[in-house]
Design a protein around this ligand. Structure first.
Ligand code: TMP
Length: 210
């Protein structure tokens, strides 16, 4: 597969979607073939599943929630992401399996090994080449979100703290893949850091030369 799968991760309100849009514009400006997708979503079925997951009317047990996220991912990976990678495109994905480990594993207390096993199965082992983790305090993220949240956003501060801790544990375990970005830094500075890491990846340069 010749394309690059790049994922954007972090707690709700960390600013990753804004950074994703900036990257998308940069890729467009550089005429690099790419695709920007989000999870859950990015396919007709995935967008329907997103509504089920985020609407506040529903209360779901953790396993139902987990399986719905995975169902949306199965659709997205198999019908959109793999074909785009096979086509040589850069695929920017706003959330991927680290979200499931962080939210349904660390956040909800789900079985991390089972989550990883299911993820492997439905993605056929498709891993991101690089993951940007936008790290921000839970308090600042809440302040930035400001508005009334969706079903997941409205969970307690302690839930979001567990998710953040989960992400940091994942980054510590895979430092070569997961790059921690200080999401409190100015947006332009974050963008330049992301871009320099991507340029290094695309040109095959080791990132410690930066
Ligand atoms: P978004 O607001 O960043 O688009 O993400 C939607 C919400 O879904 C967000 O609160 C994180 C949550 N989520 C999970 O809990 N598990 C997952 O596997 C994914 C992809 C998202």
């Amino acid at each position: 597969m010749s394309g690059f799968l790049i994922t954007l991760e972090g707690i709700d309100g960390c600013g990753k979607t804004t950074q994703g849009r900036l990257l998308q514009a940069r890729l467009e400006g550089e005429a690099i073939p790419h695709l920007f997708v989000r999870e859950p979503g990015g396919t007709p079925i995935g967008e329907q599943i997103r509504l089920l997951l985020l609407q506040k009317e529903h209360s779901l047990i953790t396993d139902t929630e987990l399986l719905l996220y995975l169902a949306a991912r199965a659709e997205l990976v198999n019908t959109v992401i793999r074909p785009a990678l096979e086509d040589g495109r850069v695929v920017l994905c706003d959330r991927y399996y680290d979200s499931t480990v962080a939210y349904q594993g660390y956040g909800c207390g789900g079985d991390g090994d089972w989550i990883r096993e299911l993820n492997e199965k439905i993605t056929a082992g498709l891993r991101p080449r690089l993951t940007f983790l936008f790290d921000l305090s839970v308090e600042e993220a809440l302040r930035r979100r400001g508005h009334e949240g969706d079903r997941i956003e409205e969970r307690s501060l302690s839930f979001h703290r567990r998710v953040r801790r989960g992400y940091l544990a994942l980054a510590a375990a895979e430092p070569d893949r997961i790059v921690i970005i200080d999401a409190a830094a100015p947006a332009e500075q974050q963008h330049e850091l992301l871009w320099s890491r991507l340029e290094a990846l695309f040109s095959g340069r080791p990132s410690d030369e930066l």
